[in-house]
Ligand binder design. Structure first.
Ligand SMILES: Cc1cc2nc3c(=O)[nH]c(=O)nc-3n(C[C@H](O)[C@H](O)[C@H](O)COP(=O)(O)OP(=O)(O)OC[C@H]3O[C@@H](n4cnc5c(N)ncnc54)[C@H](O)[C@@H]3O)c2cc1C
Length: 453
């Protein structure tokens, strides 16, 4: 794939959402040339909420941002296009959270809402802790959905489910409102500060923040929950893949806690996909499900008479690893992660190694950090180009290698919490988010029970 870099222009931002939409090239709109154009009549849009912080995207990153903003006194809205919160962790069935301890196992480096959610799930046997929390956790993703609902409700956040962020209203370099679409039609939410937790950075793109779509994107995977699979399933797939139309690939799976042998299967990849392109995303959804049918057929044919494979669940959407990567005030590098560099504006700590899924073979290419843990600075989430926008999630400013480590959920959960505190502070102080001092954010996080180092 050709490396593409898109630079936002101040002029485009200044003209607001209409120009941003018009300026979108056919390539950006999906690689398919338009068959014509029609003019949309200007219409008056109801503003359904005025708030301090509006979070777009309701993965754990987004929910944790909303919770922390609410807990620091902000009036908060959260907009999610699916019917439930959790993003990849729920709607795409991905059920592993990595360890909360440093590599030497001596120091707890992650707590906060990640720790609280794990404790809440432990009470209902919806999480399995491997190695006493020092290796990883497997979660029941459906119970996680309910826990996230509870967090949103308990913290007085106004939720919008089944609601798509569509476009921004921009004045100067500020996002003043976002247009959303749901069963009630097109509406607007006004906020002092916006947190983009859409994974793809949909608002950041529309606001003109520079981004790139790297060559060799990590390919997406359609996961599935399946019972009755033979233990040898990965070997069987490798032996019979050609007959069933599967490429050479590399996958993994894990048991769903407290289930009767139901496995979460991430056995294949949909190669050559940029999931931020609607047409490629559509094709990938269909191909991902075809792959699952193919390995179910392998299991049925070669799995032996003791096994009765049953497809228990498919995800609401394909698991997307990587799309747009934005440039914020600091770009975290592979060298920062591998050397476990410390940052004065650190808001998250992580140990997950650099893990890049090869774009053509699916192989996991690992590099191990040389130290106890690395850090993610606040400056990867804010930019002088956008005074009231915070990036939270896999789109934060990283190079390819750093992204391979940062992208896991225990890291991004902390990024979400920091985004919420930073957004809330910027709103209450009426100052740009890039000017909010990191010490205040770190203090705010620590006061709320997060581990800040
Ligand atoms: C197959 C697979 C396996 C993985 N395995 C692991 C693992 O074992 N452990 C781990 O920790 N990490 C794993 N990862 C990585 C990790 O899951 C993701 O990097 C992480 O979940 C990304 O979080 P996010 O909040 O940035 O985005 P997402 O989880 O993608 O959340 C984005 C949210 O925004 C919503 N949204 C998007 N656009 C809009 C819009 N326009 N309007 C409204 N809502 C919108 C989405 O519906 C979604 O809820 C895996 C990823 C994949 C794909």
């Amino acid at each position: 794939m050709k490396r593409r870099t898109f630079l936002g222009s101040a002029a485009l931002a200044a003209a607001g959402n209409l120009m941003a939409g018009e300026a979108r090239s056919d390539e950006q709109a999906g690689g398919t040339p338009a068959v014509g154009r029609i003019e949309e009549k200007p219409r008056s849009i109801p503003v359904v909420q005025d708030c301090d912080v509006c979070v777009l995207g309701g993965s754990c990153t987004g929910v944790f941002a909303a919770v922390r903003a609410a807990q620091t006194g902000a009036r908060v809205a959260i907009v999610e296009k699916q019917n439930a919160f959790g993003g990849v962790a729920t709607s795409s069935l991905v059920n592993i959270w990595h360890k909360l301890y440093s590599n030497d196992g001596k120091q707890q480096i992650i707590g906060g809402l990640t720790g609280q959610v794990i404790e809440r799930l432990e009470r209902i046997q919806a999480v399995t802790s491997h190695g006493d929390g020092k290796r990883h956790f497997t979660l029941n993703t459906e119970e996680l959905k309910i826990e996230l609902d509870r967090l949103v409700v308990e913290n007085g956040i106004r939720p919008y489910l089944h609601t798509f962020y569509a476009a921004p209203q921009i004045e100067g370099d500020r996002v003043t409102a976002v247009f959303i679409e749901n069963k009630n039609g097109r509406q607007a939410i006004r906020a002092k500060v916006f947190v983009d937790a859409t994974g793809d950075g949909d608002l950041a793109k529309d606001a003109g923040i520079p981004f790139e779509i790297r060559s060799g994107l990590q390919p997406p995977t359609t996961c599935a929950e399946i019972s009755g699979l033979p233990d040898t399933i990965l070997k069987l797939i490798e032996e019979h893949r050609e007959e069933f139309g599967l490429a050479r690939d590399h996958g993994w799976g894990s048991l769903v806690p407290s289930s009767d042998g139901v496995r979460m299967c991430a056995y294949t990849h949909v190669f050559n996909t940029d999931a931020s392109d609607a047409n490629q995303l559509t094709a990938a959804e269909i191909e991902g499900r075809r792959q699952i049918r193919a390995y179910m057929d392998i299991a049925r044919k070669f799995g032996g008479s003791d096994n009765e494979p049953c497809l228990v669940d498919l995800p609401s959407y394909i698991g997307v690893r990587e799309t747009r990567s934005f440039t914020a005030d600091y770009k975290l590098t592979e060298a920062d992660v591998l050397s476990c560099k410390r940052f004065p504006d650190a808001i998250a700590n992580g140990t997950y190694h650099i893990d890049v899924h090869n774009p053509t073979t699916g192989r996991f290419e690992f590099k191990e950090p040389k130290g106890d843990f690395y850090q993610i600075p606040l400056s990867t989430m804010v930019t002088h180009k956008a005074p009231n926008l915070v990036l939270a999630g896999r789109m934060i400013s990283t190079d390819r290698g750093a992204f391979g480590g940062v992208r896991v959920m225990v890291n991004l959960n902390q990024v979400g919490e920091a985004a919420g505190v930073a957004a809330s502070l910027a709103g209450s102080r009426a100052e740009p988010v890039f000017q909010v001092d990191a010490e205040s954010v770190r203090k705010g996080l620590a006061n709320l029970g997060a581990i800040v180092i």
